[in-house]
Design a protein around this ligand. Structure first.
Ligand code: GLV
Length: 387
């Protein structure tokens, strides 16, 4: 068993063990990848204020997200094709999250279906919805998520069309992979992955295949999004979906104070400040840089969460001290999953928890609720308006 001390250890193993096509899918941003890079480099600009001689006994990272108890304010983000990173990846990641005490969000574009994940877990998970032209199909998805007792619907707002990630086009990304000579050459070095996949419950998009008729290519994320996603999504349609669901709603993909105000007005339970991990609008500012302005606009009306760029417990602390009420990890858990399956996801959560706990202690804080902007040293103008 390798000694894992940080998320990058998992990433190195992940890169070795998972087919290139799926590593590239996770590890890409759109176009120049500027936003993808700045999501992490902007976190690095924020420093921490060391405090001493504060009793650090009895610390806890436990808190709540949308009224649900969490062992730390870190949910697993919805990530498409997770079941291609490791056999039954969504079932395993959901189980690791449940055992750890953090929320798991299942992507519409998952490999394991809603029902598979429900069968692998005992507590409710969250379901992420992409809005599609076929409203009957969307209604059926919503009903399936209700039947599976999902406790929140996460509606993604920033992917009506898919941002271009060059490598996915060059690799011919698909689930399952199409067996071209270069893919076969790469798969020949991934025996562990192949052995797992041979026994997997599913190797196709589990929420789609068998649930929709007349799709031209159900194995391609690019083809499916171009053909099926609803480019006319607007606030009126979002409100209708929220009513159809009738339960807790998280609106994901907000990066602008005006949009945040609209989401708060609709009565969302939380919004996620996100640029989709730098995978959609390249050139957008990082989530952590936009967070202060969005908090100033709606922080007293709606729970504000953040994703895009979290790779450590220190990043979690920075977002929480800035005023977020929760964070999400996508790539950080996928590295763990690809490296070591369920144990790898647990390892990613343990790494982040330890970093968060130790950093809290050295900043002189004993609880998540106690974190505040005084814990941070933020460069002047960091969260200021760009004109
Ligand atoms: C969404 O499914 C993505 O690939 O970013």
């Amino acid at each position: 068993m390798p000694v894992i001390t940080n998320i990058n250890d998992l990433k190195r193993l992940y890169q070795r063990r998972v087919p290139r096509m799926f590593y590239d899918y996770a590890e890409s941003g759109s176009w120049t990848e500027q936003t993808f890079r700045e999501n992490t480099s902007d976190f690095d600009q924020i420093r921490l204020r060391q405090r001493v001689a504060v009793d650090m006994t009895g610390r806890s990272t436990a808190t709540q997200m949308i009224g649900e108890d969490v062992a730390m304010p870190v949910a697993l983000a919805p990530v498409g094709l997770t079941g291609m990173q490791h056999a039954d990846g969504e079932m395993k990641a959901a189980k690791a999250a449940e055992d750890f005490g953090v929320p798991f969000t299942l992507s519409t574009m998952s490999i394991n279906s809603i029902e598979d994940v429900a069968s692998a877990t005992t507590k409710p998970f969250w379901f992420q919805l992409y809005t599609m032209k076929d409203t009957d199909y969307v209604s059926r998805l919503i009903q399936r998520a209700k039947d599976a007792k999902c406790s929140a619907l996460v509606i993604t707002l920033d992917l009506q069309i898919l941002g271009q990630r060059h490598k996915d086009l060059k690799n011919g990304l698909s689930a399952p992979p199409k067996l071209t000579p270069s893919t076969l050459l790469n798969l020949a070095t991934k025996w562990g992955w192949l052995a797992g996949m041979a026994r997997a419950h599913r190797r196709e998009f589990g929420n789609i295949v068998g649930h929709v008729e007349g799709i031209s290519d159900a194995s391609s994320l690019g083809a499916w999004t171009a053909e099926q996603f609803d480019p006319s999504l607007d606030w009126g349609k979002i409100e209708k979906l929220m009513n159809e669901w009738g339960g807790k709603v998280i609106l994901k993909g907000i990066l602008d104070a005006e949009d945040a105000k609209m989401a708060a007005k609709l009565g969302a339970d939380a919004i996620v400040v996100s640029n989709h991990g730098g995978r959609q609008l390249d050139g957008a500012l990082s989530s952590i840089r936009m967070l202060p302005e969005i908090l100033d606009a709606v922080g007293d009306q709606v729970e504000v969460h953040l994703d895009s760029g979290i790779r450590s417990g220190q990043d979690v602390l920075k977002a929480m001290a800035m005023g977020a009420k929760g964070t999400y990890i996508g790539r950080a858990f996928v590295y763990g999953l690809g490296a070591m399956g369920q144990a790898g996801v647990t390892s990613a959560l343990e790494v982040i928890h330890k970093e968060l706990d130790t950093t809290m202690a050295l900043c002189g804080e004993r609880s998540i609720d106690g974190l505040n902007r005084d814990n941070l040293l933020v460069p002047q103008g960091f969260g200021g308006r760009w004109a």
